[in-house]
Design a protein around this ligand. Structure first.
Ligand SMILES: Cc1cc2nc3c(=O)[nH]c(=O)nc-3n(C[C@H](O)[C@H](O)[C@H](O)COP(=O)(O)OP(=O)(O)OC[C@H]3O[C@@H](n4cnc5c(N)ncnc54)[C@H](O)[C@@H]3O)c2cc1C
Length: 216
């Protein structure tokens, strides 16, 4: 394919009959962009490998696609993303609105609370969730929260729908409205009042250059 990685079908078949491929050597189907991108991750490699293996022995499995969920720990910080950032969404033809909030990871009266920073991007025209990024303390359930966004993205949910999710709550871990839902509410409010900020990057993003993954 154009990225230099092997072009495969969603059944993980190459153009050579009887030869399948999966993992870091192939292009990955992106569910939101609806096209192949280069997105080499262990999470996708495992799913693709299972599809390729099952089909190699007569199965009928299709790789459902990736939404680009990634998380890293840097000393005390956890950083995570899923879906598209504003610049990627704009390039893909959406009409993105992005908000950023800072909120406590759990009830501030319970010891050990840290601030979380969350960005939410959605499409102004349809209200569809397009992506999210979270930065916070590594014990602030950053991964759990990006995975809520990832599950919503996988199923094409609207930003507003996040408010209806029955997410768990107890003061040491969250608030009755989880920070994910506070982000959704801030997004709705920004769209209604026209107070959205722009986070468009000046430089092309990794996805625009063909990868979301410059280093592990
Ligand atoms: C340091 C690091 C950290 C990472 N952290 C994460 C993470 O946190 N989350 C995440 O999702 N992804 C992470 N990744 C990416 C993830 O590891 C890869 O996307 C994934 O391992 C790709 O799987 P693969 O099977 O395609 O390739 P590989 O895991 O690279 O497996 C390829 C295998 O083929 C073998 N091989 C190569 N040439 C030959 C040959 N000629 N003959 C026989 N065997 C051969 C290699 O020895 C290797 O064992 C990380 C990668 C690195 C390097």
């Amino acid at each position: 394919g154009p990225s230099g990685a092997i072009r495969v079908t969603q059944r993980m078949e190459t153009t050579i009959p009887g030869i399948g491929a999966a993992g870091d050597c192939v292009e990955t189907w992106h569910r939101i962009l609806q096209r192949p991108v280069y997105l080499p991750l262990g999470t996708t490699a495992h799913k693709q490998g299972r599809v390729a293996g099952e089909n190699a022995v007569g199965g009928e499995r299709s790789f459902a696609g990736s939404v680009g969920s990634q998380t890293v720990k840097v000393f005390e910080l956890a950083i995570a993303r899923t879906g598209l950032c504003e610049a990627e969404a704009r390039t893909a033809g959406f009409d993105p609105v992005t908000i950023e909030i800072e909120t406590w990871d759990h009830k501030a009266y319970y010891p050990g609370a840290h601030k979380l920073r969350i960005r939410v991007t959605g499409d102004r025209r349809t209200g569809r969730l397009l992506g999210a990024q979270i930065l916070g303390h590594w014990r602030s359930e950053v991964s759990k929260r990006i995975d809520v966004f990832a599950a919503a993205l996988f199923h094409g949910m609207g930003v507003e729908d996040l408010n209806d999710l029955d997410l768990s709550y107890t003061p040491p871990f969250s608030s009755p409205w989880d920070p994910v839902q506070m982000g959704a509410q801030a997004w709705m409010s920004a769209v209604k009042t026209g107070a959205d900020k722009s986070f468009t990057a000046d430089r092309p993003t990794n996805l625009e250059k063909g990868t979301q993954h410059e280093s592990p």
